[in-house]
Design a protein around this ligand. Sequence first.
Ligand SMILES: CC(C)(COP(=O)(O)OP(=O)(O)OC[C@H]1O[C@@H](n2cnc3c(N)ncnc32)[C@H](O)[C@@H]1OP(=O)(O)O)[C@@H](O)C(=O)NCCC(=O)NCCS
Length: 306
Amino acid sequence: MKDMPQMKTQAKNILIRDIRPDERDAVLGLRQDTLYSEDYLPAVLDTWLADPDVRIRVAVDEAGEVVGVHAFRKLEDGQCWLSGLRVRVDARRQGVATLILEDAIELARSEGIRTLRYATATDNEAVHQLSRTQRLRSRGAWLSFERRVEPSDCQQDGPGAIRPEGINVLGAADAPRILSLLKTGARTLYVESYAWRSLDERSFARLASEGRAFGCAGETGGWGIALLGRTGDDELEATLHGTDMLCAQSLIGFLRRTACETNPRQLLTLHVPQENPAASILGSLVRQGELRHVAGRPHRVWELAL
Ligand SMILES: CC(C)(COP(=O)(O)OP(=O)(O)OC[C@H]1O[C@@H](n2cnc3c(N)ncnc32)[C@H](O)[C@@H]1OP(=O)(O)O)[C@@H](O)C(=O)NCCC(=O)NCCS
């Protein structure tokens, strides 16, 4: 008997509903044994609780105990983003996460949402299995890096300013050209506040009109773009796409300088598809101690069209 694989028993009498105010600590108690050495849930839970666009859904068992949680965030343009999925260790492999995701899909449908997404570490087999069962499609593996910029990032010719030249501010008129380049690589996503969103004509026009889209044309026909996500005094977030190594270097240097010029202690966060040339540059900056690889591993973005 001991060699038999663990059998899954369907979760029984589990209710998925909005969190109640007195369940905050129970939710924080679920967070042991996550894949991440540093679980982000404690840092964000109170912000989520106060955010009218976020619904925290909990899975409650027959005894009324919280055994699972996740956050459902409504985004612009009919999109939503799921995060913070956790199931209590002793309640795992009984279908609780499956019920949570099914509930999120229903919730999304009832709110007229057309695209649901989330990300998980590429080695989180349970979530990949769950995603395949619910017929989500992969939007690729992504890497996220961060750096607390320093005054040296502001220097034109310091190590932080790797070829920051040749960068153009993109306008709404660039949308058709940029989107046709992106579609070739099937990466029509960008990230804002750690939520992956559609990069389509509408969102590109918005980013361009707000001065948040930058491009670079390479000598040999390659290209690179950077799209700003969350921007503020303390943080600058950007997504990098492209094919050209030198453009990627230019954009990274440009972003470091921009972050530094805004605030010499700003947190710069960069998101990049794993196969993008920028990923290897960022990887080497990690080896040099210039950047931190957030979560230490790639994450896969999953998407469901409703
Ligand atoms: C990932 C997690 C939420 C899954 O919760 P769960 O309630 O155990 O998941 P389910 O029982 O609904 O199982 C979902 C699918 O994954 C499979 N699965 C579950 N745990 C697995 C594991 N450790 N390895 C491989 N597959 C696994 C199940 O068999 C099921 O597939 P099936 O429907 O084809 O049988 C839970 O393990 C957890 O909280 N982990 C720590 C936090 C974390 O990683 N969160 C996700 C961040 S994106």
